[in-house]
Design a binder for this molecule. Structure first.
Ligand code: UD1
Length: 436
């Protein structure tokens, strides 16, 4: 259990190189076992979820070496097609190993993490697509068994552009005979990164970034060298932190196209934004106004992951901001905690109406999830006095050295480490080996 301490009131100045993307790294790590190959993967953030993916790869028989932000994976021999429950429970997105295992071993045995924090998070789209490609699937409680003597290409129409389903289909299709077409595919930058990585290993894939992705198997290569792109949600978080606290920061190593919607709303709220090449500069006097109405949507729409964070940045913005959440049922878990700082937010169904207040005051809050925890740290930067965020390891799942990065920009943030870690559902447990 960590307690984040944030003393509000400091403006942020300076520059920060943004970490590699968690949500791009995890599918790439799963993809590293699709072919027997050696991968040198750079710019991998040092995070709890990455540790969990490395533990799964090692359990399956891969040899994994690590030097700071670089991973060396040798997937020449896979010795198991089953991922034990305790490893699956470490990371919700471990479900993307299903397509990878099916491609490599012709079977996958895994379990689903329990009912989740953000909402139901079903995987029916993943399963029906893999079934259409020839996989037999059976479920027993939360255990899933997939088997396919031979996967074959299929025409798949996704009723919703699910990121996880698109990734699972791409991974399985690398081993399928014939052509797989995904219509209504997710268009997120993480899908583009996965295509780039898989093609660097010889897969034949085109279309990532558009709503139609076509995969025609692979002529596998022996090795690759791949660099994970920048984390657009971490970049958004730092931009929101500066917007709320005031100051001027320069984010480097970023692709502003990947978080344009967030920058757009910060600009509407009164921030000056300049972007060129891989740099974005944000200036704010800390006195924001409401940017109006914000609706989360699949990429290139406003990201659901940035919703709690932008909300935190706008708590003191003049006027009324309306949020509509369209991706996850349970994505306003930060609201009741932010109210304890003095925020005026009302939630009705999928809508949250935020009325800017003049002042926030420090309080002790509990982080409900990864982005909700980051939102509380951002809110704390603008609150009077000290805000304490009780965090069961959520923030470390997505942010690398977040405290150090904020301190380097002039914030007063420190972490008190206490006792045991927790799993994704907040249950206390001993830290797994990969984290010790
Ligand atoms: C989601 C985000 C992704 C983000 C990730 C991590 C979207 C569209 N996706 O990806 O950008 O990086 O969380 O926080 O914003 N659904 C089904 N059946 C399925 C799969 C999904 O109905 O088989 C529905 C869910 O109920 C939910 C939505 O699709 O409403 C979730 O989208 P999906 O993209 O699958 O979620 P993640 O892959 O977790």
């Amino acid at each position: 259990m960590d307690i984040w301490h944030v003393r509000g009131g400091n403006r942020l100045f300076g520059s920060c190189r943004v970490q590699g993307s968690k949500n791009a790294s995890l599918p790439v790590l799963a993809a590293s076992m699709v072919f027997p190959a050696r991968s040198h993967i750079r710019n991998v953030p040092q995070l709890r979820d990455v540790d969990a993916a490395v533990s799964i790869l090692s359990h399956l028989g891969c040899r994994v070496g690590r030097e700071e932000n670089e991973l060396y994976i040798d997937s020449g021999f896979i010795t198991d097609a089953e991922i034990p429950r305790e490893l699956m429970a470490e990371m919700r997105s471990s479900v993307i190993f299903m397509g990878a295992l099916l491609a490599r071993c012709g079977e996958a045995r895994l379990s689903l993490p329990g009912g989740c924090q953000l909402g139901k998070r079903p995987i029916d789209l993943h399963l029906s697509a893999l079934h259409a490609m020839g996989a037999e699937i059976s479920e027993e409680g939360r255990d899933i068994f997939c088997r396919a003597k031979k996967l074959h290409g299929a025409e798949i129409d996704l009723r919703f552009p699910s990121v996880g389903a698109t990734e699972n289909i791409m991974l399985a299709a690398c081993a399928a005979e014939g052509r797989t077409t995904i219509r209504g595919a997710a268009r997120e930058p993480e899908i583009v990164a996965l295509q780039q990585y898989l093609t660097s290993l010889g897969a034949h894939i085109v279309g990532a970034g558009s709503d139609t992705v076509v995969i025609c198997g692979a002529s596998a290569r022996e090795s690759t060298d791949f660099t994970v792109p920048c984390d657009r949600i971490v970049a958004s978080t730092l931009a929101c932190a500066c917007a709320a606290a005031g100051g001027r920061i320069i984010l480097s190593g970023v692709n502003s196209d990947h978080f344009l919607t967030v920058l757009h709303f910060l600009n509407e709220a009164g921030c000056d934004i300049i972007h060129f090449n891989d740099i974005v500069e944000i200036s704010s006097d800390g006195r924001l106004r409401s940017p109006g109405s914000i609706v989360t949507a699949p990429y290139p729409g406003f990201p659901t992951d940035a919703q709690p964070i932008l909300m935190a940045a706008l708590l003191r913005a003049q006027g009324t901001t309306k949020f509509t959440e369209t991706i996850f049922e349970n994505r306003y878990r930060q609201v009741s905690e932010l109210r304890r700082l003095g925020a005026d937010i009302r939630v009705r169904g999928t809508e949250a109406v935020l009325r800017g207040v003049k002042e926030l005051h420090g309080e002790t809050l509990t982080a409900p999830d990864l982005r909700g925890g980051a939102a509380m740290v951002v809110a704390g930067l603008t609150a009077r006095g000290e805000t304490r965020v009780i965090d069961a390891g959520h923030i470390a799942r997505g942010y690398e050295s977040f405290d150090d990065r904020l301190c380097a920009l002039g914030a007063e943030v420190w972490i008190e480490h206490k006792g045991k870690g927790t799993d994704e559902d907040g249950n206390e447990q001993e830290k797994p080996a990969a984290l010790q």
